[in-house]
Write a protein that binds this ligand. Structure first.
Ligand code: HEC
Ligand code: HEC
Length: 239
């Protein structure tokens, strides 16, 4: 049976495949690339994690990516723990997989495997870049005046996130210091549109609803400048 399938596949794909076939259904890379647009807001179009704000995906092969996404989808925390996932930031990632079908997951996994895999440098593979619409707004130059304005606006955020962006117990507001501007502005943009990122998104949806694009830019610039003594502590918030 297994032999039959293998030899049939070998006939169909003969010569085209360089990578050994894995036992899971092979996803469609092109379809996965399209589906990755929403993921790029956090993980970056190149899968490098938006300047370290989110996990890097470039080390994953298709089988691992498929297993991990399936575990987020099913809420299988034991499996995630084996990959050092499923901790404080589980609630940010899990909802992203809620509506994915097994085919979506296979397609995404096939695409993720093309993002790095340890072989090609992203810079040397421009063809693998994700959709332009999802490109993070990194490298934007923001004037000090904007950062000052962002600081003033931040006073309303400090109640929950702390004066230094250290995070707060009130409604489990996460730590913000250490996030790059591109990540803050993507997330504020998503909250503004009413999207769910974590279990308490309704709080942030209300906060972000009336922010203008300029305000989001200035707040993001200010937040990215914050530096607390524990800014290198990679856990967001321990409850
Ligand atoms: C709102 C931000 C956000 C979005 C959007 C998002 N992710 Fe994630 N992702 C995260 C966070 C945070 C984690 C870490 C979760 C944890 O620690 O349990 C993560 C973890 C992962 C991992 C595991 C990485 C590792 O270290 O092995 C994969 C794979 C992944 N995401 C893929 C995706 C895919 C595919 C999509 C789009 C369907 C997506 N993510 C959308 C925030 C996001
Ligand atoms: C009433 C409390 C409260 C206020 C005020 C508030 N936040 Fe939040 N914020 C939260 C909570 C709770 C979350 C987690 C939401 C979720 O589960 O998706 C959050 C999440 C965020 C995130 C995503 C962080 C991450 O890594 O997931 C950003 C960015 C953010 N807030 C920025 C701001 C900014 C900027 C302001 C001021 C304009 C602000 N917040 C005001 C409670 C608050």
């Amino acid at each position: 049976m297994k032999m039959m399938r293998r030899s049939l596949l070998a006939v169909v794909l003969g010569g085209l495949m360089v990578q050994p076939l894995v036992s899971m259904a092979a996803g469609d890379v092109a379809a996965g690339k399209t589906k990755f647009a929403t993921c790029a807001a956090c993980h970056g179009a190149d899968g490098k994690g938006n300047g370290g704000a989110f996990p890097v995906l470039t080390h994953l092969n298709a089988a691992d990516a498929e297993g991990i996404l399936t575990a987020f989808h099913k809420g299988d925390k034991a499996y995630l723990a084996k990959h050092k996932l499923g901790g404080a930031r589980y609630a940010v990632m899990a909802p992203q997989t809620a509506s994915l079908s097994p085919t979506d997951i296979a397609d995404l996994a096939a695409y993720i495997a093309t993002l790095g895999g340890g072989s090609a440098q992203a810079a040397a593979a421009p063809a693998a870049a994700a959709p332009a619409a999802a490109a993070p707004a990194s490298g934007t130059i923001v004037a000090d005046a904007n950062i000052g304005f962002g600081h003033a606006l931040y006073s309303s955020c400090a109640i929950c996130h702390g004066a230094n962006g250290e995070g707060g117990k009130l409604l489990n507001a996460p730590k913000l210091s250490g996030l790059p501007a591109s990540a803050v502005s993507s997330m504020l943009g998503m909250y503004k549109k009413g999207q769910q990122l974590g279990p308490y998104s309704y709080v942030m949806n209300a906060q972000a609803k009336y922010l203008t694009p300029d305000e989001i830019r200035d707040l993001s610039a200010y937040v990215s400048q914050m530096n607390t003594p524990d800014a290198n502590n990679n856990m967001r918030q321990t409850e």
